[in-house]
Design a protein around this ligand. Sequence first.
Ligand code: GUN
Length: 295
Amino acid sequence: MELLDGQLTSRAIKDALTLQVAQLKTEGKKVPHLAAVLVGNNGASETYVGAKVKACAEIGFSSTLLRLEESVSENKLLSVIEELNNDIDIDGILVQLPLPKHISDEKVINAIHPSKDVDGFHPENVGRMVQGLSTFVPATPHGIMLMLEHYKIDTRGKHAVVVGRSNIVGRPMSILLSGNSNPGNCTVTICHSHTRNLQELCLQADIIVAALGKPEFVTASMVKKGAIIIDVGITRVPDASKKSGFALKGDVNFKEVAPLASYITPVPGGVGPMTIAALLKNTYQACITRNGDGN
Ligand code: GUN
């Protein structure tokens, strides 16, 4: 079993971006600027957005964190996005999900200009991804593809079972793995809460991407020997022995599954850091595309 180390892999990507940003500065050009919008006080969202902003600083990007009250109106949030769309210094806009119930995710995502949509959630960018055109690929699936590439994992012809059909992970992941690309060229099965023979399907998988948000859902009895296991889950589970009062659990029972796997991502330290690295790559790309690389 080999661990797919997201810390190490994301470090390599961040080091490369650091050099690219330094080069932009040397040439007197603008550095990438990410605007992150956080609505309310969801603890996990605070942590994720904090990590994204910190990563920007680490590699020399500018970042702006806009905090809005849980009670903010949808119109106010839409006007904040409009301002960011019109701000020529901002290259990427990210609105952390989930949003409070009174705000429509769809309206908010549609309001972000596609050229600044570094999350790749805007329908125009999703459509481009489906067609295999250049676009912003959502950060988590993009990060997983970068991880498979980094470890030179040959995915061609393999059966990938994606468990979970969210717009953020499961669906884009299934599109990317089935694409005519490397990594890619998989035969993909996408499973969800109505799938009847989940265990049987998982047992056939050469690659399992677990992205359903249920702690330790994937057990040894669902995994074929030699399978590649990608664990996207990161759920806070109460744990009195921890200072924070919670432990982070993946969607895979790591202890049981790791001995069977050829490769497996740990939680934390697997997909999470890759998500951030992919977001940074998208933001760099947005900056270069919007401002030109000066060639
Ligand atoms: N919530 C969970 N994952 C993500 C993500 O990748 N982007 C945003 N904006 N919100 C999220």
